[in-house]
Design a protein. Sequence first.
Length: 733
Amino acid sequence: MKFSNEYAWIIPLCPLVASSCTGSLAFFFPKATVGVRRLCALFNTFSLATAMLVSLALLQEQFFNRSIQQYLWVWIPRSDFCVKIGVLVDPLTLIMSLLVTTIGVLVMIYSDSYMCHDRGYVRFYAYLSLFTASMSGSVFSPNLVQLYVFWELVGMCSYLLVGFWFARSSAANACQKAFVTNRIGDFGLLLGVLGIYWTTGSFEISELCDRFVELEEVGFVNPIFANIIALLLLLGPVAKSAQFPLHVWLPDAMEGPTPISALIHAATMVAAGIFLIARLFNLISMLFPAMCVISWVGGVTAFLGATLALAQRDLKKGLAYSTMSQLGYMVSALGIGAYRPALFHLVTHAYSKALLFLGAGSVIHSIEKIVGYSPDKSQNMFSMGGLRKYMPITGTTFLTGTLSLCGIPPLACFWSKDEIITESWLHSSFLGLVASSTASLTAFYMFRIHLLTFEGNFRTSETNWTDFNNYQPFSRSLSFWGEAELESSINQINGNAVSVQYGVAKAKSLLSAQLRNSSESPPAHSGRSLPKPKESGFAMTAPLVALAIPTTLVGLVGINLAEKTTGFNLIPEGWIFPSHFSEVSQYFEVLAKILVNSSGSLSLSLLGIIISLNIYGQTNISNNKTDFTGSGIVGTNLVSTFGLFVQSWSLNRGYVDYYYDIFFVRSLTFFAKSVTNFDRRVIDGFVNATGASNLFAGEGIRYGENGRVSYYLFVLILGIILLILLINIPPFP
């Protein structure tokens, strides 16, 4: 049964209707929503699953037709300015649509268990559906105006979801930081869109390239101005895809629920910037300076993100910097003209990183049942360890995603990353060196994350029970639409006592750690012991297993038997596995040849894994105390100093936020205070002085008007005398 492309509008409409219905029900009937909250989640999941099936049907139809079609409706009907809305259906849109919907459905299933105890459960699903509708709308947009509208909706949903737990100051600050940073990029994108219209006279994506070529041939286009427009357009992807120097919002965005990190900050929303560059690639590729800037921005971001992830202790922030680095790979590949490898890596990385973030959420969810809600403990990798024994499904699937991101064949990211590294070396030796070194660093920090989290001993039980038992922060609960209900569990006196007990327990813990020999076994704990973590439920482990399948196999899509090379065709000629035995042997010959040619990048990845095993592959890592300088990098002062520098560089975010604070935040604060003081003392002072003078003058006149004629005559005569004296005063010589 054929499914026409004209039904592509169903894909963004399904989650949009689900979001509208769920949000309206929760807003107008909050009490009634409590009883049907699971039905609301099921309705949103079913709506997105419908959109996924439509995407899959359209992609299957694209295999046979290989057509590019668009269906438009007039939005602003004017003779001199006509803007249309509609859907543009081509291989790129269908690949992105299938990516968004498949990961979105799995995240919704996962969230049912992860968020079931949160009072914002229904609101969360309304936001998720609104985001998927916005992202799908931007993917199918045929012109820049419609794309910009949905681009802003995607940013709004990111703001809402990052600050979902806005009663926490850290989450509120994180969503504000993400909003402000993306405003910078979106303003540049808006200027670029207007500049394109001013130059070509059209917003239609399908017409831009042809019109630009025609205008350039007649000499109408100024090359400098054209490159400025391209760089302004680049500002949008730089902010949305967390590229240097607008990358600072992504690590803070991990304050949102972990399913959000998997969906929008690892797989889909940050990919919107890559999608925009790919959508306008034919236009931007004609501007060599802009392409050069794009390639170097991506290369710097890839290497910077890898170095910042080296010593992170927060599990989610380590994965966030990894996302930043891999997005840099894609941008760099687009800048050197490697269009297909960049999109190939977009797909492989999306499934791998979604798997890693959902695995991290499973770990955090399990640890929080032991230590309570405390990000410093439940997300600290040095407080974990040995979880593979207790959570085998999570540990195995997480290892699959880790090996994929490390570039180990035959997993997904190996094929796309190796192609990008090859293209980088062919384009520029320096970019090739950056790409290769980043691959080695990626293997190091990703295996570090896996070893600290899942291997060794379970270190949470080594911490004194009083650290968790005596310290009781206030409880937090949220209603459907966010009214904060902060209920303090202890009064001020008890709070002081708890703080003292916590400090004494911490001091005892530190003292015993200093006195205990590392070769001795830890002393037995008196009193109660912490419970052991348990594997997450079926609703959370099933999406992990489902994501592990494309993480393992989707990279094989890039094997092209005809050309005997790797290369991601949006609609490949012969997908994945051949049917005949002769073709099977040929397939494995091609695989063997690719592996031999990829021995260089594979060796670098294995080197990073070996170093990581040497440093973190041991069981005596103490809680929160061991990193580069304590577990493996020992010996000379030079090596120890280097380890301290790497740790300081990573934990301080490369000092980028520090310099932003000095040059931008403090200067803007000083300027704002200066304007406030000027307004209060000069502007308000002048107005207040005018009012005070009128008041005093009026009071003085009031006392002069006493109704006595003799007093008036006296004042009149006194005035006449003064005038006469002034007239008779001789002038100055």
